[in-house]
Structures are given as C-alpha cells and as structure tokens.
Design a protein around this ligand. Structure first.
Ligand code: ATP
Ligand code: MG
Length: 261
C-alpha cells in the first residue's frame, strides 16, 4: 500500500504521516516513510533519536555522482536518467522498529525544463519506492504533486489531502485534487484536521464540494503542546482511534477498483 500525504503548509501533513506510520508499525507492519518535504521534520515527529543529524539524500553529492554520473555542479556532463537506487533504503534509511525513514531534502527546481542529476536521483528513488518497495510506503510531501511524474503517480494507491478550517487550505486542496486526478491517481481523499467545533466539518465538506472526506481529526492539545518538546508526536486515545479508523478506510478503498477512472 502506497500512501501520499499532501496539503497546504502547516495543515498537519507530517503529523498525520507520522501517526499513520506509528499506527501501522504498532500493528506489526513494515513501513517505509519518505520525507519529501524540503523543510524536513518527519524524523523528529516520529521520535527518531538524533533526528537533526540525519543527512538528506540530496546532500550526498558523492553518492549522486557515483549513481547518476554527475551533480548539478558538473555543467555539461553526461548522466544517466535511470540510476540504481534499489539499495538506497537499506543503506541510507534510518530505522526505528518497524519504520524505516528516508529524508530526501530539497529537490532543486529544474532550470529551463532540463532535469538536474539530483532531481533525477530523488525522482528515481520515489519512483522505486512507489512501484517496487514491498513495505507500506508513506510519502510526506510538500503542498503539491511536484514529486510525482506521470509514471510515478501510478504507484500511489491513495493520496490524502489534509485540510483545516481555512479558505487557503481548501483552495490548495482543490488545486492538488485536480492535478492528482490529471496524473491518474484514483483515490484522492481529504482528511480534515484540527477541528475545534463540529460545525466546522459541515462547512469544510461543503467547500470541498466533490472531494470525498474520509476522516476528521479534532484539534488535539496534546499533539500541539508536546510537539514543542521535540520527542516525537504524543496524542490522545481519541486521535489514536481516529487514525486506526482512517487506516481501515484507506485499506478498504485501495483494495477496491473504481467503477470509472
Ligand atoms: N490534530 C492536531 N491537533 C493539534 N495540533 C496539530 C494537529 N495536527 C497537527 N498539529 C500541529 O500543527 C502544526 C503543523 O503540523 P505539521 O508540521 O504536521 O504540518 P505540515 O502540514 O507538515 O507543515 P509543513 O507544511 O510546514 O510541512 C504542528 O505544530 C503540529 O503539532
Ligand atoms: Mg511537514
């Protein structure tokens, strides 16, 4: 099962990615978590010790040069478009129990439509994870679907768009939904986060018009307050129950084929 988590900045993508990963791991499943947000913090939210010292893949210039044949500093060099990446999760992933985490780092924007070696390497890694990796994959993304090309998106079983009670997060959700559907992702589903009042859910659902909402998490003071400590996400039993339900819904959804694409 391959789950991509996206949504506007600050809505709770990383928190929900971590909660899903921790719940799956607690159920005995092997999880491959990928932090694809340039401003990476999934490691600390997961509670991985020494999270700050994890080196993002994009900074491993020697490795990228070895695999791709060049880095973006080697102007005019030839490089391969399909570098070997199958050993990267094992070699460079950080383990915590059933969870293995890979931090990608900031993917440089391609200039003038050209692909740069770092970009090729990270894209190939995401592609490999989504199409070859046997573990459950959770991809914590930035607000958008930029990491996913047409080929890669085909590997995503479920894309979760996290939204909160704000116009901006809903506008972003519509933009992402459209792009994700254009890329051919079948199950693009909204998760409402940080609800402070039940009436908010109705107005969010109305504004999301057409984007299915599959879960709604309350604003959980424990998450907010404990996040300041930086020792991994802490949460109430109510949030835990919601995450378990969310996983059940995701698993049921992804195992059903849609009636129309
Ligand atoms: N259900 C919740 N209740 C209370 N606080 C929450 C909840 N979900 C997330 N938060 C808090 O909201 C803040 C943003 O969450 P998070 O970092 O997960 O968002 P994000 O979408 O990954 O942000 P970014 O776009 O910066 O990567 C954090 O302080 C987090 O602890
Ligand atoms: Mg985040």
């Amino acid at each position: 099962m391959k789950i991509a988590v996206t949504g506007k900045g600050g809505v709770g993508k990383t928190t929900i990615s971590a909660l899903l990963a921790l719940e799956l791991a607690a159920q005995g499943r092997k999880v491959f978590a990928i932090d694809a947000d340039p401003d990476a913090n999934l490691a600390s939210v997961l509670g991985i010790p020494d999270a700050d010292s994890i080196r993002p893949l994009v900074d491993m210039k020697a490795l990228i040069k070895e695999r791709v044949g060049a880095t973006s500093e080697d102007i005019g060099s030839y490089f391969t478009m399909n570098p070997r990446v199958d050993d990267i999760p094992e070699q460079y992933g950080v383990r915590m129990g059933n969870i293995r985490l890979l931090v990608l780092g900031h993917i440089p924007k391609a200039r003038g439509g050209c692909a740069c070696p770092e970009n090729i390497f990270l894209r190939e890694m995401v592609n490999h994870a989504l199409t070859q990796q046997e573990e459950v994959v959770i991809l914590d993304m930035e607000a958008g679907v930029e990491h996913l090309g047409r080929g890669t998106a085909g590997g995503v079983d479920v894309m979760l768009i996290v939204v909160e009670h704000s116009r901006q997060s809903i506008e972003t959700a519509h933009r992402i939904y459209k792009l994700a559907r254009e890329l051919g992702i079948v199950h693009v589903l909204a998760v409402v986060n940080k609800l402070t009042h039940s009436s908010e859910l109705t107005s969010i659902e109305n504004a999301l018009a057409g984007i299915p909402v599959i879960a709604a998490l309350q604003d959980d003071r424990t998450i907010r307050e404990e996040s300041l400590q930086g020792f991994g996400v802490q949460y109430t039993s109510d949030t835990k129950a919601k995450i378990k339900d969310l996983l059940t819904i995701i698993e049921n959804r992804q195992s059903t084929k849609p009636s129309c694409p």
